[in-house]
Design a binder for this molecule. Structure first.
Ligand code: NAD
Length: 479
C-alpha cells in the first residue's frame, strides 16, 4: 500500500511545448459546442464561463497568506491557442454544419467562427448499429475484423498528428450512448481483448475500438458517455503499459449535477429522503438515441448510482433505506437541445415531519458539457506530462459514474470531488494539502509573560495577551 505524504517535492512536469491535438469521437452537440467555444474564446468573443482550468482559483498555504492564483497560472496547462481539432462521425458534415444541426449555439455566434469550424471535417467512423439502435449514417469504415478497424483508427491518429505537426494528443469519446453492456471474459485481460479484436467478439463495441487505438498510442482517453468503453480491466492494463491517463464516465452536467449538489447538503443535515423522482424532456439527437431502451438502460444505471453512494443508506438506514429513486428521460423533439428537468424530492425531518423540494432546471446540456470537455482535455494532457498513468480519480468531479480502482466505491459528492481535484494539483506542485482543519489559527502558547497571562498567536504573530489561561476562559464561557 502506498501512502501519499502531505507535502512532497514538486512533480517533474514536462512543459506544454508545441501543439495539442484534440481528437473527438462524434461531432455532435457536445463536441461542436466545445470546438466553437474554444475558437470564440481565442477571438475574445466570450469569457470561459464554466471552466475550472480557465476561471478557477486555488488557495495555497494558510488563509492568512493571501495566495490564491488562477489554476492556469499555478499548473502548466496547454494554451487554448495551441489546440488543434479532429475527429470521426458517421455523418460527414463539417463541424459548422454539424453545429447548425445540433442547434445549441446561436447562428450569429457560429458565423463568427465559421471558417475554423468548416475546416474540421470528420473521418469515417467505426460504427455498428448493433450498439446504437436509433442511429445510422453513411460515413463509416469497413474492415475484415475489429482489429483492422482499430488499425484504421490508429492510421487516422498518426496522419492527423503528422499533418498538423502535433506534439501531443488527447482523445474524448463524445459519441452516442451505446447499449448497456456488462464486463465479460474478453474484457478481463489485454491478451483476451486483443484476441477478441481478431475474431470480432460482439462484446467489443465501437467505443472500445477507438479507446484501444488511442491507449495503444499512449494517448490520454476520456469517456463523456456512460458506456463501458475504456472502463474494463484489459484497457486499464494497456494504459499501464503505454502510460495513458484515463477518465470517465458520463459527463456530470444537468440534473445529475444538481443532484450531487443537493444530496450532500440534505445528508449533511441528517434529513431523510423517502423519494426522489427525476424526469426530463429533451429533443436532440442524444434524446433520440436514449429513447431506445437499451441505450437508456446504460444512462439510467449511470444516473441512479449517484444517490446510493452519496446518501449511504447502509450507514443511515433510518434516513435513506426506503428511498424510491426514479429517473426518466423523455424524447420530445419540439425542445431540441433545450432540455427541461423536474425533480420532486420527498424528504422528512424532525419527528418524521414530511416536506417537499421541487427543482425545475431549464438547462442547455451541451452548454454545461462544453467547458467540462475543455477542462478534461487540459487536465488529461497535464496528467500525461506529469507521468500520471491509468485511472485519474481526481477528475471524478466531471463525471456521473466516476471510474475508480477495484475494491473502493466511487466518490460522488461534488464538494469532496472538488477538494480531491485541487489537492491533486497542490500535490503535483509540492504545495501543502488543504485539510480545512484550521487549528493553527487558534494556537495558544504559554509565553511565560507572567504566571497568569497568555499570549495569543495567529500565524506566528502575537495578536493579544489574555489575563488567564484560554482553557479557564473557555470553561468560564461554556459554564
Ligand atoms: N450533452 C450533455 O450535456 C451530455 C452530458 C452527459 C453525457 N453526454 C453524452 O455525451 C455523448 C454526446 O452527447 P451529444 O449531446 O453531443 O450527442 P449527439 O447525438 O449530438 O452527438 C453524438 C455524435 O456521435 C456520433 N456517433 C455515434 N456513434 C459514433 C461512432 N461509433 N463513431 C463516431 N461518431 C459516432 C453521432 O453521429 C453524433 O453526431 C452522448 O453519449 C451523451 O449521452 C452528454
Amino acid at each position: 500500500m502506498i501512502y501519499a505524504p502531505c507535502v512532497k517535492a514538486p512533480q517533474e512536469i514536462v512543459a506544454p511545448h508545441g501543439r495539442l491535438g484534440v481528437l473527438l469521437v462524434g461531432l455532435g452537440a457536445v463536441s461542436t459546442t466545445f470546438i466553437a467555444g474554444v475558437h470564440a474564446l481565442r477571438k475574445n468573443l466570450a469569457a470561459p464561463i464554466g471552466t475550472l482550468s480557465q476561471m478557477g482559483t486555488i488557495r495555497l498555504g494558510k488563509r492568512t497568506e493571501g495566495r490564491t492564483p488562477l489554476i492556469r497560472d499555478f499548473v502548466p496547462l496547454a494554451s487554448l491557442d495551441d489546440l488543434v481539432f479532429g475527429g470521426w462521425d458517421i455523418f460527414d458534415d463539417d463541424c459548422y454544419e454539424a453545429a447548425r444541426t445540433a442547434g445549441v449555439l446561436e447562428p450569429t455566434m457560429l458565423d463568427r467562427v465559421r471558417p475554423e469550424l468548416e475546416s474540421v471535417r470528420p473521418w469515417p467512423a467505426v460504427f455498428d448499429q448493433e450498439y446504437v439502435k436509433r442511429l445510422n449514417g453513411p460515413n463509416v469504415k469497413s474492415g475484415a475484423n475489429k482489429r483492422e478497424l482499430a488499425d484504421q483508427v490508429t492510421d487516422d491518429i498518426r496522419r492527423f498528428k503528422e499533418t498538423n505537426q502535433l506534439d501531443r494528443l488527447v482523445l474524448v469519446w463524445c459519441g452516442s450512448t451505446e447499449i448497456f453492456m456488462e464486463e465479460s471474459p474478453v474484457h478481463q485481460t489485454l491478451a483476451a481483448f486483443e484476441e477478441g479484436l481478431e475474431r470480432s467478439d460482439p462484446a467489443i463495441p465501437s467505443s472500445m475500438i477507438y479507446a484501444y487505438a488511442a491507449i495503444s498510442e499512449g494517448i490520454p482517453y476520456a469517456n463523456a458517455a456512460p458506456n463501458l468503453s475504456a472502463d474494463i480491466p484489459a484497457l486499464v492494463e494497456l494504459a499501464g503499459k503505454t502510460g495513458s491517463p484515463l477518465a470517465g464516465k458520463d459527463l456530470k452536467t444537468g440534473q445529475t449535477l444538481i443532484k450531487t449538489i443537493v444530496a450532500p447538503g440534505l445528508k449533511a443535515r441528517l434529513l431523510g429522503v423517502s423519494g426522489w423522482f427525476s424526469t426530463n424532456i429533451l429533443g436532440n439527437r442524444d434524446g433520440e438515441v436514449l429513447d431506445d431502451p437499451e441505450s437508456f438502460k446504460t444512462k439510467e444505471e449511470s444516473k441512479k448510482s449517484v444517490l446510493d453512494y452519496i446518501l449511504q443508506p447502509d450507514l443511515y438506514p433510518t434516513l435513506y433505506n426506503d428511498l424510491h429513486h426514479v429517473v426518466r428521460i423523455n424524447y420530445y423533439p419540439p425542445r431540441g437541445d433545450n432540455k427541461e428537468g423536474w425533480d420532486n424530492i420527498d424528504l422528512f425531518g424532525w419527528l418524521g415531519h414530511p416536506m417537499q423540494l421541487k427543482i425545475n432546471f431549464l438547462c442547455r446540456d451541451s452548454v454545461l458539457a462544453a467547458p467540462i470537455v475543455l477542462d478534461l482535455v487540459l487536465f488529461l494532457d497535464l496528467a500525461k506530462r506529469a507521468g500520471m498513468t491509468g485511472i485519474q480519480e481526481w477528475l471524478s468531479f466531471y463525471f456521473k459514474s466516476p471510474v475508480h480502482a477495484q475494491g473502493i466505491y466511487p466518490e460522488h459528492d461534488l464538494f469532496i470531488q472538488l477538494m480531491k481535484l485541487k489537492n491533486t494539483l497542490r500535490y503535483l506542485r509540492g504545495e501543502e494539502l488543504i485539510t480545512h482543519l484550521g487549528l493553527e489559527y487558534y494556537d495558544y502558547w504559554d509565553t511565560g509573560l507572567s504566571d497568569r497571562s497568555w499570549a495569543v498567536f495567529i500565524n506566528g504573530m502575537i495578536v493579544g495577551v489574555l489575563p488567564t489561561s484560554p482553557f479557564v476562559l473557555h470553561a468560564g464561557f461554556s459554564g
